[in-house]
Design a protein around this ligand. Structure first.
Ligand code: FAD
Length: 555
């Protein structure tokens, strides 16, 4: 934790130097001693310190300063740091004026100039003030803070991005904490012009409406490759990509993994994976992702995130990826593990309110905020069931909207059993969303009940949608062969009547997980015919590395 601060303010450089010297010699081991040569620069320093969440123990100001006298400086400083002890330095002639102002500015003490010897005239009184301050001092949070409003889509995206990348942060909802003096002081320190959300870093810097790439750079995530050639490049950091990265790098391949959002993929959104081998009580997707990332990094995998692959071309033995920032990465073997993304729901109001009460996927960062509320979940598959169980820990009630008559056809029995044993979860069968309403945030939903053919309109603040997913592979069209839904064809699926795929240049069949381009493999959910499970993605990602070795031995 950073040392608390003692700030002295004086326009006379000699006096300022002397007080600084005396403070440092006596308190320098426990406090940081700062000085300002005018009241205005003193106030600027305090605003910066407030944004950094630093503790200020003492403000010591000379009474006679031309811009603003010490009493007025301390009054203003009190708005920024009310908990700091405030002391005045006065000349003998100003004593009575200073005493008169003490009550008005809530000043704790005044010292007479000169204060020599400080052992008698300065330290005893300051020791007393600082002991008093220490007794009530609670160290402030010294990590990243995000200020915003819960219903602002950009605030949601930012929180979700940090949470999924396992970056610890403190979320300050300025609506929910509008009466909290700490929030008021932070907003005052940011000034009137600020547009939210704002990310405040412990070093005092702030990012206003920063892009994910800027935020990533500040928190130490890497988005640019260290070199331009790798043995193995992997697109996507879900379970399949992470497994390929661990196996590839552990077997000596120079490996880079490019991930558009956050390592973990869809699995990272899962609140509890209960069917993954070796974890009898289940584990959260975030936990699985965090462990896999550490493992991959330990083997030397370079992880670029957030970074997106937007193009692919082949040049002889090289497979060349175009990244969203314009850079190229070339490799000998490429693994496409780009998974699937949530299908959008096409009903009126949905796009407008996305991030402002309407969310696709887990919205893990939102669960706590839903405390005491009614949460609506759309979908009847396992992902929706897991989310319902997760939200039932926080919400007052969770309503699952499912199109069918029951969950039996779409959900695993173990989850159905859990849901039935959770009184907070209510099933609304034969129901589909018709429209969502609200000016700047979700306020109501209209639900079509197929058994009665009536539309019911009910109040709602949070709607989480889990209605299946599709691969986003259009950018590979024309290079990699796909099925009619966009899933990638591999191995035997590429062969027609025993013939090689079009343009196939080799005298062998494509390997099991190889696409129509030699050395380019597809694994996990993005692959045509794959089993959409964490374990199968992990299995494919690791098995494909064997084929990569075989491929590389002939390049
Ligand atoms: C909420 C939820 C709960 C689930 N629960 C379970 C469960 O309990 N048990 C189970 O077995 N399975 C579960 N699943 C399914 C499981 O998570 C998936 O089958 C698995 O994650 C697929 O892994 P993947 O690596 O193939 O793809 P994904 O997990 O989809 O990962 C693909 C990654 O690629 C990235 N990407 C895509 N395109 C690009 C690009 N152009 N450039 C860079 N990166 C890109 C994406 O951002 C994503 O991170 C669940 C899924 C969800 C959504």
């Amino acid at each position: 934790m950073a040392k608390p601060i003692l700030l002295s303010v004086d326009d006379d450089p000699d006096v300022l130097r002397a007080i600084e010297r005396d403070l440092r010699s006596h308190y320098g081991d426990r406090y940081r001693v700062l000085s300002a040569n005018s009241p205005n620069s003193g106030l600027d320093v305090l605003r910066q310190l407030r944004l950094r969440n630093d503790g200020v123990a003492l403000l010591l100001a000379d009474q006679r300063m031309p811009q603003m006298d010490g009493v007025n400086f301390l009054s203003e400083a009190m708005q920024i740091y009310p908990e700091a002890k405030r002391a005045l330095l006065t000349a003998y002639a100003d004593t009575s004026a200073a005493i008169g102002a003490i009550n008005q500015a809530n000043i704790h003490y005044f010292f007479m100039k000169p204060w020599d010897p400080p052992q008698e005239n300065l330290y005893p009184a300051l020791d007393d003030l600082l002991d008093d301050w220490q007794a009530s001092f609670r160290p402030a949070y010294d990590g990243i803070r995000v200020l915003g409003t819960r219903w602002h889509p950009r605030s949601y995206e930012l929180r979700d991005f940090l949470a999924r990348n396992h970056v610890p942060f403190q979320w300050i909802d300025i609506d929910a904490t509008a009466n909290d003096p700490e929030t008021q002081r932070l907003l005052a320190a940011l000034g009137d012009e600020v547009s939210l959300p704002v990310v405040l870093f412990p070093d005092g810097t702030k990012l206003l409406e920063g892009t994910f790439t800027q935020v990533a750079a500040k928190v130490g995530l890497r988005t640019q490759a260290q070199t331009d050639f790798y043995d193995l490049a992997i697109i996507g950091g879900g379970p399949a990509g992470l497994a390929a990265a661990v196996y590839g790098a552990s077997e000596g391949l120079k490996t880079v993994m490019v991930e558009r959002e956050a390592p973990g993929g869809q699995a990272g959104l899962s609140s509890r994976i209960e069917n993954y081998l070796g974890f009898p009580t289940g584990l959260s997707g975030a936990d699985l992702a965090r462990r896999a990332v550490v493992q991959a990094q330990r083997f030397g995998v370079e992880i670029l995130a957030p970074q997106e692959v937007v193009g692919l071309r082949v040049d002889g033995p090289y497979r060349i990826l175009k990244l969203a920032d314009g850079a190229d990465i070339s490799c000998h073997a490429l693994m496409i593990a780009s998974g699937v993304q949530w299908r959008r729901m096409d009903v009126p109001g949905m796009d407008r309110l996305q991030g402002a009460g309407v969310y696709y996927g887990g919205g893990a960062s939102e669960a706590m905020a839903c405390k005491g509320e009614i949460v609506y979940i759309v979908g009847g598959a396992n992902s929706a069931g897991q989310a319902a169980m997760h939200f039932s820990n926080y919400a007052e009630k969770v309503v699952m909207l499912v199109r069918g008559k029951s969950l039996a056809a779409t959900m695993s029995q173990y989850l159905i059993d859990q849901i039935e044993q959770t009184p907070k979860i209510q099933l609304w069968a034969n129901a589909s969303i018709k429209e969502v309403h609200g000016a700047s945030r979700l306020e109501e939903i209209s639900v079509l009940c197929s058994d009665t053919n009536k539309v019911e309109r009910v109040p709602a603040t949070s709607l989480f949608i889990f209605i299946g997913a599709l691969p986003r592979t259009d950018w590979m069209a024309g290079t990699i062969e796909r099925d009619d839904k966009g899933f990638l064809l591999t191995g035997p699926d590429l062969m027609h009547d025993g013939k090689y795929p079009k343009g196939w240049p080799l005298e062998r069949d494509p390997f099991l997980l190889e696409t129509n381009i030699p050395g380019v493999f597809a694994v996990g959910d993005v692959r045509h015919g794959s089993v959409k499970r964490v374990a199968s993605g992990v299995g494919e990602g690791s098995v494909a590395v064997q084929f990569i070795h075989q491929y590389l031995s002939k390049v």
